[in-house]
Ligand binder design. Structure first.
Ligand SMILES: Nc1ncnc2c1ncn2[C@@H]1O[C@H](COP(=O)(O)OP(=O)(O)OP(=O)(O)O)[C@@H](O)[C@H]1O
Ligand SMILES: [Mg+2]
Length: 340
């Protein structure tokens, strides 16, 4: 057990969660939210859990933070089972769900933190020390004595994080921490996350924001009910998606030409871009997603250029896909697989 404690503070083994709800006429309806999920998160990293709406991200966070029990499978925090050792797990984790819930508007920022410190059985002197430390770390010292109802959304979000840090947890869960923050507040928040991980805290963050994931996460996992891909953002970009991108300038290609292009072997997707400055916006650039299987990006250039010979305005260029493009390709491939 000692090995798993140090190596992987967060672990899931074959995790499955089914929600059951009673519908009209007493019928029970079941929804599989998470299926066969295996995760091993090493210590001191920022681990991103990505996936579309309804993918099961919050379900995983709620199971790992002991708010929800799994239907089957196991989840462990610092080697402790989230069901059998729920009480001990709670003492070692911080959970930041964000939003308006969970803070007391009539109390000041400092009073909120002292209240939560009390719930966590911190001695009053220690509680005060830590509350001031985290208010200062999150740039809230000068508003510590204002009622939280007067805080902006970004300030509330920072107070949520201060609350999550109060018990100095070894593992922190952040469920969509930057949603609703303005770009500057989100930027500040993003800077804090890797700094926190560098102190040895293991952080699991959920987000829909791919540039954010790329910026703050050491590793990411894409889920959609089950695991779709896992690796560092670079690894996912290099190989997991099996996609390379061709960009080519064109002059008003016809619909039928684009249809032919889309149907070519190795072409996964064609995104036409319009010259929005023109009065009659014409398609003037194509982003073509190519499958890397069999090195087809090399072989496919020629037939594509042959097809586009009448409309191409220059030679094609190739680039690696962004994390967002990979994410979309992985999900699309997954849904095709599921449909098959
Ligand atoms: N209490 C519940 N009862 C029934 N179904 C639920 C419940 N909570 C979640 N679900 C369903 O489980 C699935 C996963 O939901 P979950 O909230 O974990 O997704 P998510 O990835 O966090 O989505 P989002 O990006 O929208 O926050 C969804 O289909 C959702 O409708
Ligand atoms: Mg969610």
């Amino acid at each position: 057990m000692a090995t798993s404690v140090t190596e992987f503070p967060i672990e899931c083994v074959d995790l499955r969660r089914v929600y059951s709800s009673r519908k009209l006429f007493g019928r029970i309806q079941s929804k599989v939210a998470i299926e066969g999920l295996n995760l091993q998160v090493p210590k001191g990293i920022v681990f991103g859990l990505l996936g579309p709406n309804g993918a099961g991200k919050t379900t995983v966070v709620r199971i790992l933070s002991t708010l929800l029990t799994p239907t089957s499978g196991e989840a462990r925090i610092l080697g402790m089972d989230v069901v059998k050792d729920a009480h001990k797990v709670r003492q070692r984790i911080g959970l930041v769900l964000g939003g308006e819930r969970g803070l007391y508007g009539r109390l000041t920022g400092l009073e909120n933190l002292l209240y939560f410190a009390g719930l966590n059985q911190l001695r009053p002197s220690e509680a005060k020390k830590r509350a001031n430390k985290y208010l200062s770390m999150l740039g809230l010292s000068d508003r510590a004595d204002s009622p939280v109802s007067q805080y902006s959304r970004g300030m509330k979000q920072r107070l949520h994080l201060a609350r999550g840090l109060l018990t100095e947890p070894s593992v922190i869960f952040l469920d969509e921490p930057t949603i609703g923050l303005d770009p500057e507040a989100a930027l500040d928040f993003r800077k804090m996350i890797p700094e926190l991980a560098s102190t040895g805290v293991t952080i699991l963050v959920t987000t829909h924001n791919m540039p954010e994931a790329e910026q703050i996460c050491d590793r990411v996992t894409i889920i959609n009910r089950k695991l779709m891909a896992m690796g560092t953002p670079d690894e996912i970009k290099r190989s997991a998606s099996g996609v390379t991108i061709m960009e080519i300038g064109v002059s008003a290609p016809s619909e039928s030409l684009l249809d032919k292009l889309t149907l070519m072997d190795g072409v996964l997707r064609v995104e036409p871009h319009r010259n929005i400055e023109g009065v009659d916006p014409r398609i003037d650039r194509l982003t073509i997603h190519l499958s890397k299987i069999d090195n087809s990006d090399e072989n496919i250039d020629e037939p594509i250029m042959e097809l586009l010979s009448e409309v191409a305005t220059g030679p094609p260029s190739h680039r690696d896909p962004t994390l967002e493009e990979c994410y979309l390709a992985i999900l699309r491939r997954g849904s095709k697989g599921a449909a098959a």
